[in-house]
Design a protein around this ligand. Structure first.
Ligand code: GDG
Length: 727
């Protein structure tokens, strides 16, 4: 029976030490609730650090036993590992960079990195000791970015999912990390990489494109021959649990008490872990501004602020705590009256029942992080509003703002904006509160944490399926033999071969991708058999094709089919094609060349191509998108087509494509063996139009209509050499 293994830095457990007597209790974080449905079933387990420095072998044994009973497996870390890997690398390098808090003072300590690798290796060993073929792994968060890659190496067939709970920063931030390439390679060991938002996905794909030599098409990255998918899965909460909590007697009692204490006083609630990314100081500033600008609210409202202790061994967190203490003290001392204190501040955690009561009675939920992967507090507030009232103020920098669009969305840096939002919230009519809250409650309910787990797991299985079907279509010995048998049995064969990316690799300079001696030799071998018609079918200019292959005995189709030449014939173009449209398009392309260093125009007889392979990464893509937008309308009535290719955009006559050109060849004669090999999406036209009995082969690992796959140009050459070798 295959099992699922959850891996995260922390195990969902609290260990308390009563004079050497350890007691364990399950902790109920959002992740633990969501994944509870998984790890508590069958053989499934959860691997992680129990959260304490337990060094005594006897005690380790005891803890291991106790954890085993609740399906948890510990990875023990010593003090040095905790301080270097967890506090150092994870929380002083990754956390700030991923939350856009990098500064010139960030210290990229080598020892932190060494320990990060070491502890990830420790986790790997823990997984390897229990993983079996067919198992599924779900690895969580930024402390374990290297783990998927390490496991992929150790157990290549494993199904590995990874989820990042914090934002993935833009390339400009991410590139600062000295070990950026290794971190990305680590993540790409997974089959499915999940993020909270679409922006995170885009940032990740962008970083991969700029740092690693992998191609991607929309959200699928080809890691060597393995497609890896990056996708957004906004995490939800167990909304029913929060709704049900408000009905509990214990919670009702607390609600009654709070109502009594805050009669006629509006409560603005703020709950966070102690973290500079949560925008606590800015929130205080906005609140102070409100007290200052709107004296009518004095004694009419309170800010109920809970800050949960966290990472207080890290110096910045200690400083932050001191600063909060100071600010709260200042504000309270300035505005307090005998009967009223503006900020009720608690630096500790509370039982969930108290949170529930607070969520239930708070008139305003004030959630204004500077950056937050998702932010579950905002969703918990909404889920607890069973009366469909209350107002959520939410930072646009929280992942949750993408879903909870009916909140009052604010920029957390704009103190005035936050203040105005509080004023608006305090004055919002009940009907508006209801409309907004109902629609947010619907979102929170539909996209709850169980839904999150389900769609993630479904997708992971789907990706694995995709890889398997891709793998089964790769030409191995067995398939190779079948094709060879068909080849041998045939009397009249036709071979359509694309050139760039199929027979030779792409080069920065298009003229550098010229044929080498080995390729000419292969061509000679192929054409020496009278039964073979070899057709090189390319988007290149016909003069270029003539120079290279005019005398080799192959048939040539160039410019995607605009020109054709039989082996001993003359070049002929499709009748009726014109190029007068070039007059209109050329100036536009020239403008893009002026604005995009490294780009240039290639003029073919019936098409124009804008190349950006040599342009700075990113700028080329940006301009190419602009260009596409720019041209889309213009080409409509001109009978033209836009063809985005590998770092090129080609504008050509609509009626010309490789599929039509190939098909016209097939009309002329009967062939009993048809083969087509190509790598980019202009070749898909061939795969889609020629008969199903043809052997169609895609080079690379992108999605394709082809029946089979080869990995790269060398494999293509080996395959053709073997296929056509004289017997
Ligand atoms: C990371 C990402 C992402 C808070 N105080 C108490 C308490 N809490 C609970 C809340 C909530 C959780 O802690 C905090 O979750 P957040 O999502 O708001 O923030 P992070 O801890 O930073 O979480 C974040 C999350 O991962 C999930 O992917 O959303 O962006 O930074 O559930 O209720 N719980 C109890 N007492 C408290 O005093 N019992």
């Amino acid at each position: 029976m295959s099992k699922t293994i959850i891996v995260s830095n922390r195990l969902p457990v609290k260990i308390t030490d009563d004079n050497g007597e350890l007691t364990l209790s399950a902790s109920e974080g959002g992740l633990a609730t969501g994944l509870g449905s998984i790890y508590q079933q069958g053989e499934n387990v959860w691997i992680g650090w129990p959260g304490m420095d337990i060094t005594e072998p006897e005690q380790q044994k005891e803890v291991t036993e106790k954890l085993k009973a609740i399906k948890l497996i510990p990875v023990f870390l010593n003090q040095e590992e905790i301080s270097e890997y967890y506090e150092g690398f994870s929380n002083e390098i990754l956390w700030p960079i991923f939350h856009y808090y990098a500064s010139t003072f960030t210290n990229y300590r080598q020892s932190n990195w060494d320990f990060y690798q070491l502890v990830n290796t420790k986790f790997k060993e823990a997984v390897v000791s229990i993983a079996e073929p067919g198992d599924t792994l779900w690895i969580h968060d930024y402390q374990l970015l290297l783990l998927p890659g390490m496991l992929r190496k150790a157990l290549p067939g494993l199904k590995i999912g990874f989820f990042l709970h914090i934002p993935f920063p833009s390339y400009e931030m991410f590139r600062l990390i000295p070990w950026r390439a290794q971190l990305l390679e680590g993540m790409l060991g997974a089959d499915l990489i999940g993020f909270h938002t679409y922006d995170d996905v885009q940032h990740f794909i962008d970083a991969v494109a700029r740092i690693l030599p992998y191609n991607s098409s929309s959200n699928i990255i080809s890691v060597r021959d393995r497609p890896v998918v990056a996708e957004a899965f906004p995490m939800g909460i167990d909304d029913k649990k929060y709704a049900a909590l408000t009905e509990k007697d214990e919670v009702k009692e607390q609600i009654a008490l709070l109502n009594q204490n805050f009669k006629d006083i509006k409560i603005i609630l703020s709950i966070d872990r102690l973290d500079y990314s949560k925008g606590i100081l800015q929130r205080l500033e906005a609140f102070e501004l409100l007290l200052n600008q709107y004296p009518q609210y004095l004694e009419k409202m309170v800010l109920y602020m809970i800050v949960v202790p966290s990472r207080d061994t890290v110096p910045q967190y200690k400083e932050l705590r001191d600063e909060i203490d100071k600010r709260v003290g200042n504000i309270n001392s300035l505005y307090r009256t005998i009967e009223w204190t503006p900020i009720l501040y608690f630096y500790r955690s509370f039982p969930i029942e108290t949170l529930s009561a607070l969520y239930y009675i708070a008139d305003v939920g004030l959630v204004t992080p500077m950056r937050d992967g998702m932010n579950l507090v905002s969703k918990e507030y909404v889920a607890s509003r069973t009366q469909n009232n209350g107002v959520l103020i939410l930072s646009e920098m929280a992942g949750a703002s993408k879903e909870l669009i009916d909140a009052l969305i604010v920029n957390p840096n704009n103190i005035g904006d936050i203040m105005q939002a509080i004023v608006k919230a305090l004055n919002m009519s009940e009907s508006e509160q209801k409309t907004r809250m109902e629609s947010m409650r619907e979102v929170v309910s539909k996209f709850n944490v169980f839904h999150w787990v389900k769609i993630y797991m479904d997708k992971l299985n789907e990706v694995k399926e995709l890889q398997r079907s891709r793998e089964s279509r790769h030409i191995d010995n067995h398939i190779g033999l079948k094709i060879k048998e068909a080849f041998r049995a045939a009397k009249k064969r036709i071979l359509f071969l694309d050139y760039d990316g199929t027979l030779v690799q792409f080069q920065n300079n298009i003229q550098q991708a010229n044929p080498d001696a080995a390729l000419y030799q292969l061509i000679t071998q192929m054409v020496s058999d009278e039964a073979n018609e070899v057709v090189l079918i390319s988007g290149r200019d016909y003069r270029n094709m003539e120079d290279w292959f005019g005398q080799t005995g192959v048939d040539l189709i160039s410019e995607h089919g605009a020109w054709q030449k039989l082996r001993d014939g003359e070049w002929e173009s499709i009748i009726g094609l014109n190029d007068i449209w070039k007059v209109d398009i050329m100036p536009i392309l020239k403008a893009y060349v002026d604005r995009t260093p490294g780009s240039f125009i290639e003029e073919k007889s019936f098409s124009l191509v804008w190349h950006y392979r040599k342009s700075p990464e990113g700028l080329g893509e940006l301009r190419s998108n602009e260009l596409i937008n720019n041209l889309t309308y213009l080409i409509k009535d001109k009978g033209l087509q836009l063809l985005p290719g590998n770092k090129v955009i080609e504008i050509k006559n609509l009626e010309v494509n490789k599929g039509k050109a190939a098909l016209s060849r097939l009309y002329q004669r009967k062939y009993d063996f048809i083969l087509a090999i190509g790598d980019d999406h202009t070749d898909e036209d061939i795969f889609n139009t020629i008969p199903d009995t043809a052997f169609t082969i895609k080079v690379g690992s992108m999605m394709s209509a082809a029946r089979f796959y080869l990995r790269h140009t060398e494999e293509v050459r080996e395959f053709l050499t073997d296929l056509t070798k004289p017997v």
